[in-house]
Ligand binder design. Structure first.
Ligand SMILES: Nc1ncnc2c1ncn2[C@@H]1O[C@H](COP(=O)(O)OP(=O)(O)OP(=O)(O)O)[C@@H](O)[C@H]1O
Length: 412
C-alpha cells in the first residue's frame, strides 16, 4: 500500500503557508489491513481511519457516484484497486487535488500546481456539479485568497451558474450553508465570498435577504458608495480588519442592515426605522440556518442599536446606561466589545471613511467602566433596601456616565 498527503496540506505547503490539518489517502489497502496495522476506523459512510499515534486522518482512496440530490445522494466505492488519480478526480478544485508521496514528490494529475501559480480557482472535473456545497467552497476559497490575486476560472463560474439554474443549490441543508459561511466570514476577504455567490446567482438562493440589499440606494452624503450591498461588502472588509478571523463580528457585519431592503420605495434613499425593520428578517435567517445563539443574539443587538452607538455623544446619559443594560455589558464585557467592533466596522465601512476615527467606542467603553464600579453593596451599607437600592444605583451610574462625557469634552 502507498500513503499520500493530500488536499489542503499540499496546497498550503506549495503556497508557503502554515499547514493546519494533514489528511492522507491510502492506496492499495483494504479496511481489514488498516485495522490489522492498528488504525482506528471512524468513517460512517466510507472508510476513514485514525493513525494509532498521531490521530491524523487516513482515508482509503475512493470514487463516488451520484445517486440523488444534495450531498446525501452519493454512493462511495472503495477497494484496493481505486487509484490515487481516481480519488483526486472527485475533489473540488485543482489546487485541492494534489498529493505528495512519502518522499515529498508531488502528484498533480489535474494541473493544480499551474493553477496555484496562475492564481486560479478551477474545478477538477465535470463531476463538480454533483455536490452543491462546492459552490460555497469555491466562494470561501475566493474569500481566503482574494488578497493573493486568485480569481475563479470562467468555466468554473459557468458550472456554478448551471448548478444554481438547475436548482441543485436549493438542496443545500442549512448546516452546510452555515458551516461554509462561518468559515468564509473568518477569512481575510469575506466580501469576496459574497461577490462570488452573487456572480453565480447563489446569493439569491442561500441569502435572499442579503442579495436584496444590492441596488438599494442610500444617502450619498453619508454613504458615498450609495449601494447598500456595496456598503455591506465594505463593512465585512472592515470587520475582517478590526477583528481578523472573528466570524461572530463578520456575521454582525453581514446582517446589520437587512432592514434597508424593506424600506418603502418612496422613502429612498433614506432608511427610517431600518434598524427595527431588520430584526424580523434577521431572526428568520438565524432560525433558518440554525446559527449559534450568541451569533443570533449579538447580530440582533447590532442590528437594533448600531445607530444609537453612532450617536452615542448625542444621547442622554440615562439612554447610554439603558443601551449598556440592553447589551448586558456589566456582566458580559465581551458583548460590548463585539458590539462596538461591529458598529465601528459599520461606520468605517463606507467609501472614503476607512481611516475615520470612532471615538464613540472609547466613550461607551469608558461609560461602562465608570458605571460598572458602582455596585449595590454601597447602597446596602447606607441602609437602603429593595427598590430604593435600584433607583439610587441607577442615579449614581447616570452621574458617572455624565462625568465621563464631561471629562472627554474637557480633554478635547
Ligand atoms: N464537498 C467537497 N467536494 C469535493 N472535494 C472536497 C469536498 N470537501 C472537501 N473536499 C476535498 O477534501 C480536502 C479536505 O477538505 P477540507 O474541508 O478539510 O478543506 P481543506 O482543503 O483542507 O481546507 P482548509 O484549509 O479550509 O481545511 C479538500 O482539499 C478537497 O480536496
Amino acid at each position: 500500500m502507498q500513503i499520500y498527503l493530500v488536499g489542503g496540506a499540499v496546497r498550503d505547503q506549495l503556497l508557503g503557508k502554515p499547514v493546519a490539518d494533514r489528511d492522507y489517502v491510502v492506496v492499495g489497502a483494504t479496511p481489514e489491513e488498516m485495522r490489522r496495522l492498528g488504525y482506528r476506523p471512524v468513517g460512517k459512510d466510507f472508510p476513514v481511519f485514525l493513525h494509532p499515534h498521531s490521530g491524523e486522518e487516513y482515508a482509503l482512496a475512493r470514487t463516488e457516484r451520484k445517486t440523488g440530490h444534495g450531498y446525501r445522494g452519493f454512493a462511495f466505492h472503495t477497494d484496493a484497486s481505486v487509484t490515487l488519480e481516481q480519488d483526486l478526480e472527485r475533489r473540488d478544485l485543482t489546487i485541492n487535488a494534489m498529493a505528495a508521496d512519502a518522499q515529498g514528490a508531488i502528484v498533480d494529475p489535474y494541473g493544480g500546481g499551474r493553477d496555484l501559480a496562475d492564481r486560479v480557482l478551477r474545478h477538477v472535473s465535470p463531476a463538480f456539479v454533483e455536490d452543491p456545497v462546492r459552490v460555497l467552497r469555491v466562494a470561501r476559497f475566493a474569500a481566503r485568497y482574494a488578497s493573493l490575486g486568485f480569481r475563479i476560472a470562467d468555466e468554473t463560474l459557468a458550472l456554478m451558474r448551471s448548478m444554481v439554474a438547475d436548482g441543485e443549490v436549493d438542496h443545500l441543508v442549512p448546516e452546510r450553508v452555515w458551516a461554509e459561511t462561518r468559515r468564509a466570514l473568518a477569512e481575510p476577504t469575506p466580501s469576496a465570498f459574497l461577490r462570488a455567490l452573487r456572480a453565480c446567482g447563489a446569493l439569491r438562493v442561500v441569502f435572499p435577504e442579503v442579495d436584496a440589499l444590492y441596488g438599494v440606494p442610500q444617502r450619498a452624503e453619508f454613504h458615498p458608495e450609495i449601494d447598500t450591498g456595496v456598503h455591506v461588502e465594505l463593512v465585512l472588509g472592515m470587520a475582517a480588519r478590526l477583528a481578523p478571523g472573528d466570524d461572530l463580528i463578520g456575521w454582525c457585519a453581514l446582517t446589520h442592515d437587512l432592514g434597508k431592503a424593506l424600506t418603502p420605495r418612496h422613502e429612498l434613499p433614506r432608511h427610517l426605522r431600518h434598524e427595527h425593520n431588520g430584526v424580523e428578517p434577521l431572526r428568520a435567517l438565524c432560525a433558518r440556518l440554525k446559527v449559534p445563539a450568541e451569533h443570533a443574539a449579538l447580530a440582533e443587538l447590532v442590528c437594533r442599536h448600531h445607530l444609537e452607538a453612532h450617536r452615542a455623544f448625542e444621547l442622554r446619559a440615562s439612554t447610554v446606561l439603558e443601551l449598556l443594560e440592553k447589551l448586558d455589558a456589566f456582566r458580559r464585557p465581551e458583548r460590548l466589545q463585539g458590539f462596538l467592533l461591529a458598529c465601528e466596522a459599520d461606520k468605517r465601512g463606507r467609501l472614503g471613511h476607512a481611516d475615520s476615527p470612532y471615538p464613540q467606542a472609547d466613550y461607551l467603553r469608558a461609560a461602562r467602566a465608570a458605571a460598572g464600579t458602582i455596585s449595590a453593596a454601597t447602597f446596602v451599607a447606607q441602609g437602603l433596601s429593595g427598590t430604593a437600592i435600584g433607583a439610587a444605583m441607577r442615579e449614581a451610574r447616570v452621574k458617572a456616565i455624565e462625568g465621563v462625557k464631561r471629562d472627554l469634552k474637557a480633554a478635547e
